[in-house]
Design a protein around this ligand. Structure first.
Ligand code: TRP
Ligand code: SF4
Length: 323
């Protein structure tokens, strides 16, 4: 079974991406033939007015992928727009996707509301999930490891595959999703970690930046005094402890709820463990960045392998349709 997933290069990757997706990808790459894409066309759907920064972000994201442990010897790491078959399949699929499937998509409605600073009333943005379905189906991927927020898109991809199979004969497998087990981490302010909230810890952040950012994290809002007991279950710092300081979680929990520890020391301990966890990622990231031309070489290799598979599927799909 093939695996496909990807992210949009709108920004460097942060811990939310790492824990919500990349950690999962890293595990899966040793079990299945895997394709990991940098979805620059998808970035363009919302960034078309600042498109000039996408190319350099693609490079950063490639370094993040490798830093996170994706292995270019094992997995195909590639750039979406370098594989034209995605666009051609997107066009084919667009013929059979009823518009109401797209306008009722909860992610679509949410984004229209949230990203008020730009005009998302475009044809391309409406078709975002059709392009995503094409990304998956063009590899006939059976498994798509993603975060919770992508589930509506995955459901649509399945519906589109079913519709194609119904109209033209069985051709595409219906892709399943696979969620990460790690608890979902919030950003520094407790909201979803996101560039637009300016609350991210980036994979590329150095130790000092991580320490400072952790020190600024919101904790239990009801814990006003050092002597007040805290509630770890509502504290985002504690969520991080559960991931990077697993063997001490019970101690942290007990000392928090009995006010035996203060938030300042609690954060310092977590930041130290988080830095340990991030060290190998930063090292791999820096190493690949510092070898001139290495990222370009990895992506070119990935593009070629992706093209071979995608072109073959596209030819089959066109044949099914009768073109
Ligand atoms: N929509 C995904 C995101 O915002 C990125 C993406 C594009 C993707 N194409 C995909 C994810 C195909 C999984 C499969 O993160
Ligand atoms: Fe959160 Fe730690 Fe403070 Fe408890 S002690 S509220 S877990 S930062």
């Amino acid at each position: 079974m093939r695996v496909l997933s990807g992210t949009r290069p709108t920004d460097r990757l942060h811990l939310g991406n790492l824990l919500g997706a990349l950690e999962n990808w890293k595990k899966i790459q040793s079990e299945h033939e895997s394709f990991f894409m940098i979805a620059d066309w998808h970035a363009l759907t919302t960034e078309y007015e600042r498109s000039k920064s996408i190319r350099s972000t693609v490079r950063e994201v490639a370094a993040d992928y490798i830093g996170a442990g994706l292995d270019p010897e094992r997995s195909v790491i590639f750039v979406q727009s370098h594989v034209p078959a995605h666009a051609e399949l997107h066009l084919l699929l667009s013929m059979i996707v009823p518009i109401p499937w797209l306008t009722r998509n909860p992610t679509y409605k949410e984004q229209l509301k949230e990203l008020k600073d730009r005009d998302l009333g475009t044809y391309g943005f409406l078709g975002y999930p059709v392009l995503q379905a094409a990304d998956i189906l063009v590899y006939r991927a059976g498994l798509v490891p993603v975060g919770q927020d992508q589930l509506p898109h995955l459901e649509l991809a399945r519906e589109i595959a079913r519709r194609f199979n119904f109209l033209y004969g069985t051709f595409f497998p219906e892709p399943e999703h696979r969620l990460t087990e790690a608890p979902r981490v919030g950003g520094l302010d407790g909201r979803k970690m996101s560039k637009s909230y300016n609350n991210c810890i980036y994979l590329a952040d150095d130790e000092k930046a991580v320490k400072q950012k952790v020190a600024s994290m919101v904790t239990d809002p009801q814990r006003k005094l050092r002597t007040d007991p805290g509630r770890p279950e509502v504290c985002n710092v504690f969520t991080f402890h559960k991931i990077v300081n697993r063997d001490q979680v019970e101690t942290v929990h007990r000392e928090c709820t009995t006010a035996a520890r203060g938030c300042v020391e609690c954060k310092a301990e977590m930041a130290a463990r988080l830095n340990q966890y991030m060290d190998p990622i930063r090292e791999r990231r820096a190493a690949v960045m510092s070898r001139k031309g290495r990222i370009e070489e990895i992506l070119a290799g990935g593009d070629q392998k992706a093209q071979a598979v995608a072109n073959e599927t596209l030819a089959g799909a066109k044949d099914k349709v009768g073109l």
